[in-house]
Design a protein around this ligand. Sequence first.
Ligand SMILES: *Cc1c(COP(=O)(O)O)cnc(C)c1O
Length: 361
Amino acid sequence: MSTSMIDLRSDTVTKPTAAMRRAMAEAEVGDDVIGVDPTVARLQERIAEMLGKEAAVYMPSGSMTNQIAVRVHCKPGDEFICDAGCHIYNYEQAAYASLSGVAVRTVQGEFGVFQPADVEDLVRPDNEHCVRTRLLTLENTHNRASGRIQPYDNLVALCDWARSQGLATHLDGARLFNAAVASGVSLSDWAQHFDTVSVCFSKGLGAPVGSALAGPAELIREARRHRKAFGGGMRQAGIIAAGALYGLEHHVERLAEDHEHAQILANAIRTADGLELRPEEVDTNIVIFRVDPALVTAVGFTAALKDRGVDCLSVGKDLVRLVTHLDVTREQIMRGAEIIVNTIDEIRAGTLDASGAGTQY
Ligand SMILES: *Cc1c(COP(=O)(O)O)cnc(C)c1O
């Protein structure tokens, strides 16, 4: 990074490496709206193969892959079931409602995880008073639950239940690469339980743009139609697809380093009086912790950290999130951990007044 700021806001802040930029500059391209960009085609084939699906389609964002998944599985007036803390429900402007006329039924999971028993009564009866329940979505890793990996057997049980009810299944796998590297369960092992899976290349893999939706060829053809209507058809997209392909080839295994870095931060937070991990265990590259509200608000704490060279986000009145990624070094992580502990120590000792800084998030 060009400044000394330790940027832990998100794994989306990464910039393409020199080698990735070279691959992008040299990419063979064509008009992908008419399906003749060879680099996009290679990316789609490669990610479909990695996920064990028949086909995949490249799109500008994970919000688009998720929303188009909802669109291919549901008709206007249908309903889907998801966790109340998930990205599709919280961070995509209810586009399932505004763009597709689809309703949602949320389940209150515990740190992003719910059980078959929590959903078994949620499928509506087949009569003309009721909305039709069509789809179950899960998120792995779970963003708001601190990058938590879904417990595998539970995920299989939920998908089996969904199938037994005639529901389609979609996995929001924006960070499925992190789940695969950290768990040792392969991408295709996770993906096989779902009809469709979306993944992001612009998070941990460090590519500048793009996501893919993978699934059966017929559904992906349908998704391509919706992509055009949603304004996501891109012409010489091989330029950006080459960055995604480079990330797939070179930046997957190294996610283990981001996970180690998250453990270093988590261990520092465990030692700090006034900070508490939420949840207690950190599975991948996201660390969420609670600051003791008697000492400081989350906004006050992040402002104090920024003054000291650590940039991160408040994600609740008393919750702060740190995300490790390709563009933070081990040395920065060690320094960042120290700054976090020292800052709460100073606030507790009363030598740093962070009380006036912000009460909202
Ligand atoms: C980042 C993310 C997405 C996609 O968000 P975009 O802003 O559209 O890239 C989808 N799901 C989860 C869980 C995410 O973290």
